[in-house]
Ligand binder design. Structure first.
Ligand code: MLT
Length: 388
């Protein structure tokens, strides 16, 4: 029997990182020593005190049953107190925070709560693919907002056509930005709040990288801006801040009615997060944050190595102030795929092609700083030897 897939699945391109894994496996099969600067998956382990808390929590039979759908009250309180301390933002843990099985899950499901077939969702390009994929799954229409170098990789709100503004139900934003590593100012967020109020759509800000910043320049939360919680929600995750990508835990917070709508979607789709993982997350958010400061120092050292390498290669790039990505132009007018393909097959170094994040990423590539300095230097010295 031939199993027919739904149109929505057929319409999707291969998931970017799954495709990169496939190419990587082909090269590895030839015996090449692969250095992956592809997917943004931290190489360092989850801090020990978080693991210890998890070990204890696993023994507790209370956690062996279904978890609460919205997240344990203690988890939501931990999120709320972390937001107050880090951003000065006050959140009601009962109404303004919902747990997610990682922010990717929440982002993918959010359009189901707000988008009717034919509604428009404003998505950044280049951008994390899940914003558009979630939109397509909900039957929505994606309107791309180009993130251009000359605009500091911020969307030009004035360039969004009037018709799209009127039909928009959601706008996805993400700062510090993946893949460009750009940061946004509070002034930009203020403009977004005014714009969203005027055209009556929900702002969905993905803030997964706010804790990976350099030179003591801590990026703001969207919710810090006056009026933001009237028009928006913010997605956050423990993945990047505490090296917990495998644990699958994050949250969405902000506008109470929007949070309740996302919660309703989730109640019908999943059954929450293993409570032992929530206990570990509480430990992460409420304990001493020195491991996060140490993580920043490590990434800053790696960022500096990447800066030296790109400068030596005479490639155009803006040194990142945050995130663990570096976004640079390919050499000699090569396409993203040509450059990244040659680097992979001839050196075993995995980079992410910029066009994998959308058409405005063409001509760029992304380096993920998620290997140690020794491996990073080895990767750079292999690439430097290639002739373009
Ligand atoms: C990336 O490499 O862009 C990220 O790892 C994707 C993610 O966070 O899921």
């Amino acid at each position: 029997m031939k199993i027919e897939q739904a149109h929505r699945l057929k319409a999707l391109p291969p998931y970017l990182f799954a495709e990169i894994d496939r190419m990587k496996a082909e090269v590895a099969a030839r015996g090449v020593d692969i250095i992956s600067l592809g997917v943004g998956d931290p190489d360092l382990p989850t801090p020990g005190h978080i693991i210890e808390r998890m070990k204890r929590a696993v023994e507790n039979p209370r956690h062996h049953q279904y978890p609460s759908y919205e997240g344990m009250p203690a988890f939501r309180e931990a999120v709320s107190s972390w937001y107050r301390q880090r951003f000065g933002v006050i959140l009601d843990p009962a109404r303004e925070v919902v747990s997610l099985i990682g922010s990717k899950e929440g982002i993918a499901h959010t359009p189901l709560a707000f988008v009717n077939p034919g509604d428009v969702v404003l998505c950044p390009d280049p951008g994390y693919p899940v914003y558009s994929i979630g939109t397509i799954f909900a039957g929505g229409e994606v309107h791309l907002m180009p993130l251009l170098e000359e605009n500091g990789f911020l969307p030009d709100l004035d360039a969004i056509p009037e018709e799209m503004r009127k039909r928009a139900r959601l706008m996805f934003l993400n700062y510090p930005n993946n893949p460009t590593s750009a940061t946004a100012t509070k002034e930009f967020f203020e403009q977004v709040v005014q714009f969203a109020k005027r055209y009556n759509f929900l702002v969905c800000h993905d803030a997964a990288y706010t804790e990976v910043y350099f030179d003591d320049k801590a990026p703001p939360s969207f919710l810090e801006v006056p009026g933001a919680s009237d028009v928006g929600v913010e997605f956050h995750s423990l993945s990047k801040t505490y090296n917990m990508t495998g644990w699958r835990i994050g949250w969405v917070c902000g506008h109470a009615d929007a949070i309740s709508a996302i919660g309703r979607i989730k109640t019908n789709i999943d059954s929450g997060i293993f409570q032992a993982v929530q206990e570990a997350a509480i430990e992460a958010l409420t304990s001493d944050q020195e491991p996060v400061a140490e993580l920043r120092r490590i990434y800053q050292g790696r960022r500096d190595l990447a800066r030296e390498f790109l400068t030596k290669m005479k490639l155009r790039f803006t040194p990142p102030e945050a995130s663990f990505y570096v976004w640079a132009r390919t050499p000699s007018g090569l396409s993203s795929a040509q450059f990244v393909g040659r680097v992979l097959t001839e050196t075993g170094v995995v980079l992410t092609p910029g066009n994998g994040f959308g058409k405005y990423g063409e001509g760029y590539f992304r380096i993920s700083l998620t290997v140690n300095e020794e491996r990073l230097s080895e990767a750079f010295s292999r690439i430097e030897k290639l002739k373009w």
